[in-house]
Ligand binder design. Structure first.
Ligand code: MV4
Length: 525
């Protein structure tokens, strides 16, 4: 491109004006992330437009946005996944841009392209970067080419089980068969010996075909008991790419993360620098712009391996925000409007942040999804506590969408302080009406392994039984509930000077709050 260089020197192009912020952003999502984006818009002085399904007509993200557009019935396939309907809505209300959040349409190349073709700004990476990183094997090839370490293995799909045995013998068992189109652990099989290959091969291919419509399978050396550590990057449209450090995401169950933290107890300054540099190289190679995340496995010897790049804002972005002081969602919007990243290329984390994902699942019942009305919600607060939630008292939790109700995030000067603060905040939290993962998170914060940071991706599954077993016993809960009800009753009789009706209405919630905390201390009936 020597012509480009010459042109640049010869043409007197005026310096680009300071980019104007976008004026109106449509948010193609729901729940806590939609509300998070509304808040970023408000702080930037940008108008926000919510979209909502019939099931979400009264949701907080709809009320808090400046405008809202109904996009269809409750099922996602008929509402939040209707790209054409959403783009038409954006045009109709005069939005300049679309923010996809996470999930739904956020990583669909065709949607990013359609938004751009409609003359709207896409608050995310270019469609071409989404495409380049969407296939696991293509991303692996790209990583290898740019000196980003990957797990030893093939980049080409294999042709048959016999070839897989030959390759596995070369790399050494155990190996992992992976779907080329994959993600989320679908189409993955561990193979520990040549004898296991044939059946694992068939299983991996069938599962890939079913999940992705593509049965291409490749092979990697299987890493035993690694951590899942990811690097947050920000890239602007002027060629600057920076790393904002790592997040530790090893506390997961069946590929669903449950707790994340920043920094990682396993990463020191030197490793952070090397992983950050690798992530920046991968992003540059893919022509990446906006916020993105490079996923790595970190083994017990300190070696790290690139897995894939997530081309969206992630659920766990707040822990990075709390230790860097950088508002990632605001910067997504600023970058999309052409602003330059003003931060230094190396940012050291300050303090420690932990996030617990509060889901409407019952851990003591195999994480069975729970539904119902949130009859009462008490949100924790106090020093260092952040709540990114999509529910409020009166919200109805159904089965149409993801079970994550909210994220509780804390900051502390040290990891120990953050763990203790999370435990305190979880004690304050009350959610009545639906089962949640609150109790489970409390038990994790009390766990010796977790407290010491000795966790890997298999830790939770190994520990699950003992974590669930140590819940406070039902008798103690019932005793506390009875005691609290009696106290409430006494208060109601004694103090009827203002509104006896209001006190009566509040009584069951107070009783429940006491009981959930398993507290009988200080109760004098
Ligand atoms: C691996 C691995 C061990 N060795 N690759 C799972 C989802 C996909 N993105 C990559 N995954 C893994 N790849 C090799 N060579 C273990 C996993 C894995 C995992 C990775 C990250 C987070 C959670 C996980 C849970 C199970 C397995």
């Amino acid at each position: 491109m020597s012509a480009g260089k010459k042109q640049k020197a010869a043409t007197a192009v005026p310096a680009a004006p300071v980019a104007k912020l976008l004026r109106k952003v449509l948010i193609a999502n729901r729940g806590e992330i939609a509300l998070r984006i509304v808040r970023a818009c408000q702080e930037l002085g940008v108008r926000s437009v919510a979209v909502y399904s019939d099931a979400d007509a009264h949701a907080p993200h709809v009320r808090e946005a400046d405008e809202a557009v109904n996009i269809g019935p409750a099922p996602s396939a008929e509402s939040y996944l209707k790209g054409d309907v959403i783009i038409a809505a954006a045009k109709r209300v005069g939005a300049d841009a679309i923010h996809p959040g996470y999930g739904f349409l956020s990583e669909r190349e065709w949607f990013a392209r359609a938004v751009r073709d409609a003359g709207l700004v896409w608050i995310g990476p270019p469609a071409e970067a989404i495409a380049a990183l969407g296939s696991k094997t293509a991303a692996r090839t790209l990583a290898v080419k740019h000196g980003v370490p990957v797990v030893p293995g093939t980049t080409e799909a294999l042709s048959c089980a016999d070839e897989a045995v030959t390759v596995a013998t070369k790399f050494g068992f155990p190996v992992l068969l992976k779907a080329a189109a994959g993600g989320g652990g679908k189409g993955m099989r561990v193979v520990r010996s040549a004898g296991e290959m044939a059946s694992a091969w068939d299983a991996a291919r069938n599962e890939s075909k079913k999940a992705f419509g593509d049965d291409a399978v490749y092979i990697e050396k299987y890493i035993e008991g690694p951590r899942h550590v990811e690097i947050q990057i920000l890239a602007d449209s002027h060629g600057t790419v920076i790393s904002l450090g790592e997040r530790e995401c090893s506390v997961q169950r069946r590929h669903q993360k449950m707790i994340e933290e920043a920094p990682s107890p396993a990463v020191d300054v030197d490793l952070r620098r090397r992983m950050g540099a690798a992530a920046v190289r991968a992003a540059k190679a893919a022509g990446y712009v906006n916020a993105g995340t490079c996923e790595f496995l970190l083994d017990s010897t300190g070696e790290f391996y690139f897995l894939e790049m997530n081309t969206r804002i992630q659920v766990e972005h707040p822990v990075t925000e709390l230790v860097t002081g950088i508002d990632l969602v605001q910067w997504q919007i600023r970058i999309a409007s052409g602003e330059k990243i003003p931060f230094p290329s190396e940012i050291e984390p300050r303090g420690w942040a932990i996030e617990c994902r509060l889901t409407s699942e019952d851990p003591s019942n195999g994480f069975l999804p729970s539904t119902g009305r949130v009859d009462y919600l008490h949100v924790p607060s106090g020093p260092g506590v952040r709540w990114d939630g999509g529910i409020e008292t009166g919200s109805v939790v159904g089965l149409h969408y993801d079970p994550m109700l909210a994220k509780l995030i804390v900051w502390g000067a040290t990891r120990e302080e953050a763990v203790s603060r999370m435990h305190r905040a979880l004690l304050e939290l009350v959610v009545d009406g639906v089962e949640t993962s609150r109790e489970f998170h409390l038990r994790v914060m009390e766990d010796a392994d977790f407290k010491s940071g000795a966790i890997d991706i298999q830790w939770l599954e190994r520990r699950l039984e003992s974590l669930l077993g140590s819940a406070p016993d039902e008798d103690a809960l019932q005793a506390a509930a009875i005691a609290a009800t009696l106290v409430a009753d006494r208060d109601r009789r004694g103090g009827g000077r203002t509104s006896a009706a209001a006190a009566a209405a509040a009584a069951p919630e107070s009783a429940s709050a006491w009981a959930r905390r398993g507290r009988t201390d200080g109760l004098r009936v």
